[in-house]
Design a protein around this ligand. Structure first.
Ligand code: ACO
Length: 327
């Protein structure tokens, strides 16, 4: 009998430092009003020195605690990130060492803002085949180190943060009941970040090489995002035979309020089914879906039997989604 794959624990960690829209308007020619009306973002967290692996470690620790597992019960750590401290060692290995998860294999995975979905679906396969029982999937980013802080069209959109989930084998049903991954490399130039050193804007004052920072064709990314959310929801409903009414919550990648509102309209799903916290954190790339999930869990509004769709889209371009029956 095929095993079920359930979410056994969740965790998230945000740097303490808050950067408001007004703070940003002192750095570039923008305003609180422009950012709020175009994106829905009010503030974001920006690390003042903590690196991606520091955030990843804290989120991982919290997820283990919530899953009630000891570090040596974890078989694999996957860290989804586009802002790792270094190519080698990987972020996942750094976390493995700090957690003392000495029996766990560890690797990083790059799928930009779809990273958490790619990580969870990868973990799902390892568990379904029986190879592993407990996998820690982390999405962690310090995008502040990858931004051109003089480019108002990108620096207002992003923030730093980390999230984690523990996926585990269960014989009692529920858990992940459908998933999808996709990519379109022909659109590779819509959103780019060349391989580069991550520089913290508070610590490393000498940020010069703008060519090595995030660049984006905003309107094309917007259209791609709306299409990807819509088609993934349709795909999962078709695949599982469920209807929109069966779905209790949708957690989209937290990029932009207008993207989510438009996707809700196209899917004909009430926008209040879409969980959002992007007003407080901006776009935290691979971390965003897990941070939102952790907040939804903490809110106490998620009950056994609830159906949730997680859906991501991001650079690459990449897309993906997971339908979960909460247990
Ligand atoms: N403050 C003030 N004005 C600005 C700012 C800013 N921060 N940024 C751009 N503008 C100006 C532009 O210069 C332009 O001025 P102009 O008309 O004088 O040339 C004007 O505002 C309109 O610019 P547009 O780019 O046309 O604005 P648009 O309505 O498309 O909104 C935005 C831009 C918010 C970036 C939108 O395109 C968008 O949301 N795109 C998706 C972005 C996104 O979410 N990306 C990440 C998702 S994928 C992932 O997470 C990896």
């Amino acid at each position: 009998m095929m095993s079920h794959v359930i979410i056994k624990g969740t965790g998230s960690y945000l740097p303490e430092n808050v950067m408001s829209n007004d703070d940003l308007s002192k750095m570039v020619d923008t305003s609180d009003d422009w950012i709020r009306t175009r994106t829905g973002i009010s503030e974001r967290r920006i690390s003042t020195g903590e690196r991606t692996s520091d955030l990843a470690y804290e989120a991982g620790l919290r997820a283990l605690k919530s899953a009630n597992l000891k570090p040596d019960e974890i078989d694999l750590i996957i860290c989804a990130t586009i802002t790792a401290d270094s190519f080698m060692p990987s972020c996942a290995c750094k976390v493995q060492g700090r957690l003392g998860a000495s029996l766990a294999a560890a690797f990083d995975l790059t799928a930009a803002c779809t990273g958490m979905i790619y990580g969870m679906v990868t973990a799902e396969q390892f568990i379904k085949t029986g190879m592993y029982s407990n996998v820690l999937v982390i999405g962690a980013e310090t995008l502040s180190g990858a931004l051109d802080w003089e480019d108002r069209s990108t620096c207002v959109l992003f923030g730093d943060g980390a999230s984690a989930v523990v996926l585990s084998r269960s014989d009692s049903g529920g858990g992940i009941i459908g998933s999808n991954l996709e990519a379109d490399g022909s659109k590779k130039n819509l959103l780019t970040l060349p391989a580069t050193t991550m520089l913290n804007p508070y610590v490393d004052k000498d940020i010069e090489d703008k060519q090595y920072k995030i660049s984006m064709q905003g309107q094309e990314v917007f259209k791609f995002a709306v299409r990807t959310i819509t088609s993934n929801i349709d795909f999962l409903l078709n695949k599982t035979g469920l209807t929109k009414e069966d779905i209790d919550y949708i957690i989209p990648h937290q990029a932009n309020l207008r993207i989510i509102e438009q996707a809700a309209k196209f899917c004909k799903v009430p926008v209040d089914k879409f969980f959002m916290n992007l007003d407080r954190y901006g776009n935290t790339s691979a971390a965003s879906i897990g941070i939102a999930l952790d907040e939804l869990v903490a809110s106490g509004n998620l009950n056994p039997g609830n159906k949730i769709i997680l859906v991501g889209f991001g650079g690459g371009m990449t897309g993906g989604s997971i339908l979960i029956e909460w247990v």
